[in-house]
Design a protein around this ligand. Structure first.
Ligand code: ADP
Length: 254
């Protein structure tokens, strides 16, 4: 942890970008004077067309990129000013989910999850029960012995989500998590993120699939040409599969 005390950390947003600008070496300005905040326990969809700056936004939060101008704070860490140990600590407070799942192909799902827990030196006795708990949460009970290649795309993404939450992160950040899935599976995966958020984990879900986002009554920000052009409660249009239920915060499960 950096020099921010626990008490001070509670006073700040879980993620805050303050007037951030990012340019790539080729001169493209990917984000321009971008400001954003999310509270602990919130869920927010991040949407925008391809090339609008969504991945750049995500990489700033995970510390893969540093802002040329402005500040990025995540869970109390100033992401632009971290040495490698603090950066590793900051990343441990995040769980990441990607479009292409990124499970280790030579390991079973149990082994993928165990590997993630061993990376943070989790107590050995906690590993098996926690793996069972998260596999049940993502509706994959009894499937931990399978290799990723023995699972469907939707199951692989559920397993990747299980890995993202197995270490009880404060924030889950998903970059196009439904990009490789058909529409019905995509809805299921979004519902799973809503469930995880209801259990107390802050969630940022990045997707260009506006029609999918419109199915859920949630906060949505829209990025256009590197600028935040809309931050609202979304344009919920409903769905046969997803009745409008306001999420009930029940406190943290972590
Ligand atoms: P999105 O995720 O919304 O598709 P990106 O954040 O990937 O958008 O990209 C924003 C802009 O930055 C685009 O114009 C893209 O071409 C450019 N860009 C992204 N990554 C790089 C890079 N590594 N080098 C140069 N330009 C990049």
């Amino acid at each position: 942890m950096n020099d921010i005390t626990k008490k001070e950390r509670r006073c700040i947003y879980l993620v805050e970008l303050r007037n951030v600008s990012v340019s790539y070496d080729n001169g493209v300005e990917a984000l321009t004077h971008f400001s954003f905040k999310i509270n602990d326990g919130e869920l927010c969809f991040v949407t925008g067309k391809s090339g609008s700056g969504k991945s750049t936004f995500s990489k700033l939060i995970t510390g893969e990129l540093k802002a040329a101008e402005g500040s990025v704070y995540v869970n109390g860490y100033d992401m632009g000013n971290l040495k490698s140990k603090a950066l590793a600590d900051a990343r441990r407070s995040m769980g990441m989910v990607f479009q292409d799942f990124r499970l280790i192909p030579s390991m079973t799902i149990d082994e993928n999850l165990e590997f993630a827990m061993r990376c943070i030196n989790a107590p050995v006795s906690s590993i098996k029960p926690r793996i069972e708990e998260v596999l049940e949460l993502v509706s994959m009970k009894g499937m931990g012995g399978r290799l990723p290649t023995e699972l469907s795309g939707g199951e692989q993404q559920r397993a990747a989500i299980a890995r993202a939450i197995v270490n009880k992160p404060s924030l889950i950040i998903a970059d196009e998590p439904t990009g490789n899935l058909d529409p019905t599976l995509a809805i299921d995966i979004m519902r799973l993120f809503l469930r995880i958020n209801e259990m107390g984990t802050t969630a940022l879900i990045i997707t260009h699939a506006k029609e999918l986002v419109d199915m859920f009554p949630q906060r949505v920000i829209t990025i256009k040409k590197g600028k935040l052009v809309d931050d609202s409660f979304g344009k919920y249009k409903g769905s046969m599969q997803m009745p409008p239920q306001a999420p009930q915060k029940k406190g943290r499960h972590r």
